[in-house]
Design a protein around this ligand. Structure first.
Ligand SMILES: [Zn+2]
Ligand SMILES: [Zn+2]
Length: 393
């Protein structure tokens, strides 16, 4: 059997892999396709999954980007479908209203839900699918986040961010010709989410060394391998180069796959995600808009890598530091934010987040390491002065 790093993304569908970590990793997704022009394969994939009637979810943007064409393709293949089109002038939010509206149009005879979109539409379809038992697949429209191959639904319920369990999509179809035309902040967000894996993987390794936490070297290597490909093509992303967009899309899908294989989010999420979450929760509390998840994660990866630098020689001997210079250079080349200040994060919120982001989850990261050494307060002051040279302003 091939090693994970030698496999193509599409080979991960349906995988059962006896790993050197002692576990058998499984991927319960039937089909993964990332290619130029692959939207045309939609009818075939729908048939493989048992055919229609299909219930398609889209919004004003994704209708133009892909759903209109998807509808034409289904019609041409004689597959019955109907849709729910969310009219949006503001970004769609996965809240009670969106979930309710999506459910209200689901018919008894529908056999497959097709989400045409990225974050919210995918999360909505996943929630609907998990509660109704109607399988779903996703047609990706933006390489903006790593939740495509995920089994959880981050929702906004009662104004709070709440993550509920869901199911995998049966198929993921990502046409890079469509993805490369996504709004630039969505492209940089996907890239930022991937660059955040540098620090996420460091946190996982650190916890393995210090706490004996379960760690899968093959999955970690797999992630490091795909992150590196994205990093090497950072400048291409800014130019909407299709190959660069393909690398980011594949890495985002693989992040979800790796989390599923390991059984938790370690391969994809560490302290940088806790920062991003902390900032997002604050914005929700004040009813303000917040940056796209991945754009926060990218800037937070610089913060997290800076914390590793400050920890320096206190870390276990020979511990490989996440390369802050490389992270910064990649974000800059891709045109993504590298400083929380540039995302509108206030000085006081930043300072608080260094002290308290670790309380978001019971998970060991560089934040808990520094806290245990009594160094976190000093780090908060040091980083606040580095990232906010003008002070509180
Ligand atoms: Zn393993
Ligand atoms: Zn993420």
């Amino acid at each position: 059997m091939k090693k994970l790093t030698e496999m193509r993304l599409e080979d991960f569908a349906g995988l059962s892999y006896p790993c050197s970590c002692g576990r058998v990793h499984r991927v319960d997704i039937q089909k993964i396709r990332v290619a130029s022009g692959c939207l045309g394969e939609l009818p075939e994939i729908v048939k493989e999954l048992g055919g229609g009637p299909v219930y398609m979810l889209a919004d004003s943007y994704t209708f133009k980007a892909a759903a209109q064409e998807a509808g034409r393709l289904l019609e041409g293949a004689g597959i019955p479908f109907h849709g729910k089109l969310f009219q949006t002038d503001k970004p769609l939010v996965p809240d009670e209203r969106t979930l309710g509206e999506a459910l209200a149009d689901l018919e008894m005879e529908d056999k497959l839900i097709v989400a045409v979109g990225s974050g919210t539409l995918n999360d909505t379809a996943r929630f609907l699918s998990s509660r109704t038992g109607v399988p779903y697949m996703v047609v990706c429209t933006a390489p903006s986040m790593d939740g495509y191959a995920s089994t959880v639904c981050p929702l906004i319920l009662g104004g709070q961010k709440i993550t509920k369990p869901g199911v995998y999509p049966q198929a993921i179809l990502a046409d890079t010709r469509i993805l490369k035309e996504a709004p630039m902040p969505m492209l940089t967000a996907g890239f930022g989410d991937i660059i955040g894996k540098y620090t996420a993987l460091a946190d996982w390794r650190l916890s393995q060394i210090l706490n004996g936490e379960y760690y899968c070297d093959e999955c970690a290597q797999l992630m490091a391998h795909v992150v590196e490909k994205c990093a090497e093509n950072a400048a291409g992303l800014k130019a909407r180069d299709e190959q660069a967009v393909q690398y980011v899309t594949e890495a985002l899908i693989l992040s979800g796959v790796a989390m599923g294989m390991v059984g938790n989010s370690r391969p994809a999420s560490g302290a940088e995600h806790h920062f991003s979450h902390f900032w997002e929760v604050d914005a929700l509390r004040w009813g303000q808009e917040h940056p796209l998840h991945g754009n926060s994660v990218g800037a937070a990866a610089v913060v997290s890598a800076s914390l590793y630098e400050l920890a320096g020689s206190r870390l276990p001997e020979g511990f490989p530091l996440p390369d802050k210079g490389r992270i910064l250079a990649c974000l800059e080349a891709a045109g993504a934010a590298a400083n929380p200040k540039d995302l509108g994060i206030r000085w006081d919120l930043f300072y608080e987040s260094v002290l308290h982001a670790m309380e978001i989850r019971d998970r060991y990261t560089i934040l808990r390491f520094l806290d245990a050494q009594g160094l976190l307060g000093g780090c908060a002051a040091e980083l606040a002065s580095r990232f906010y040279p003008g002070g509180k302003e």
